[in-house]
Design a protein around this ligand. Structure first.
Ligand SMILES: [Zn+2]
Ligand SMILES: [Zn+2]
Length: 307
């Protein structure tokens, strides 16, 4: 366990070119050694020595000793990356510390949540993929984007990769799991009367991670989009919401097709209705934004009834 060491101690271990080279070499050697179906390869001392530019075996031995326990695991068969070693070495290899290459502005599909116009442009700003509305000059969304993402995807495929990542993150948050650290999130529904979003959705789900202190905010309507009942409802109507970006949902909220309301208090309960033509899926949520009931309804003489 690392409980008695400070974060500074942990990071100080890496303030050395040879040690960073060792972690990189272990990842590369594992990558080269791994066979289909086998787990991560454990590397013998001599295999690491062959991959690292270090003066002699006693220097390597010293550095391995320093890294073991925090960034490396050691067993009778050799060395492998620890949980922290994995995170750090993937971070280093994918150069996640660099500024992604810039791109855009490029036109993208979708509608502005503020003014309803479809003049959206994507660009990169401060490591965020952002979409701005050319009509009202407001920022419509900002999604994190990595240098590796910009390096390996192009044009429409890059935009699609941003959508997929945001959908995967949203799915985990909906299930109450922190996408950063895997801890359990606590969620609350908060009413934001002065929200920049239209009146259609003034409720926001605030999900908080007490471990890594990340906070995630989502309109209540968007928080249920990746619920299986919504995925199936939309799929049956030719829409794959799992391949849609958050900003593509704005149109539904702007046009009043997706709405939320509070239907009970003490304890608080909410209802979200996602409409598509004369059909809708209705989801009931408790005060922690957990979906407790779903039903499909159909509009008959102006009213939505159970179908
Ligand atoms: Zn606009
Ligand atoms: Zn977390």
């Amino acid at each position: 366990m690392t409980g008695d060491r400070s974060a500074t101690d942990i990071f100080r271990l890496l303030a050395d070119d040879t040690r960073v080279d060792i972690l990189r070499a272990v990842a590369i050697a594992q990558y080269e050694l791994e066979q289909v179906g086998s787990g991560a390869a454990e590397l013998a001392f001599s295999e690491i020595y062959d991959h690292v530019d270090v003066e002699n075996t006693s220097k390597l031995s010293y550095h391995l000793g320093e890294l073991t326990g925090t960034y490396l695991r050691k067993s009778d068969d050799g060395y492998s990356l620890s949980h922290a070693g994995e995170r750090i070495v993937r971070f280093i290899l994918s150069r996640n510390y660099e500024q992604p290459e810039s791109f855009g502005p490029e036109p993208v599909d979708g509608v502005c949540v503020f003014c309803g116009e479809d003049e959206l442009e994507a660009s990169l700003s401060h490591q965020f993929f952002r979409i701005d509305c050319m009509a009202c000059e407001q920022q419509v969304t900002g999604q994190p984007i990595t240098p590796a993402q910009v390096e390996t995807w192009d044009g429409d495929a890059l935009v699609q990769s941003v959508k997929l990542r945001s959908a995967e993150v949203a799915k985990q948050i909906r299930r109450g799991m922190c996408p950063e650290c895997g801890a359990q999130l606590s969620a609350d529904v908060v009413e934001v009367p002065g929200s920049a979003l239209p009146d259609a959705d003034s409720f926001v789900v605030v999900s908080t991670c007490e471990e890594c202190l990340r906070e995630y905010n989502s309109p209540l309507t968007y928080s249920v989009v990746y619920h299986p009942a919504s995925i199936a409802f939309h799929w049956d109507r030719g829409v794959d919401v799992t391949a849609q970006g958050i900003w593509e949902f704005h149109e539904y909220v702007y046009k009043g097709r997706w709405t939320s309301e509070q239907v009970a208090s003490d304890p608080d309960e909410y209802e979200v209705v996602l409409r598509h033509g004369d059909d809708a899926v209705r989801l009931h949520l408790d005060s922690t934004a957990t979906v407790v009931q779903t039903e499909r309804v159909r509009r008959e003489s102006g009213e939505f009834r159970r179908s």
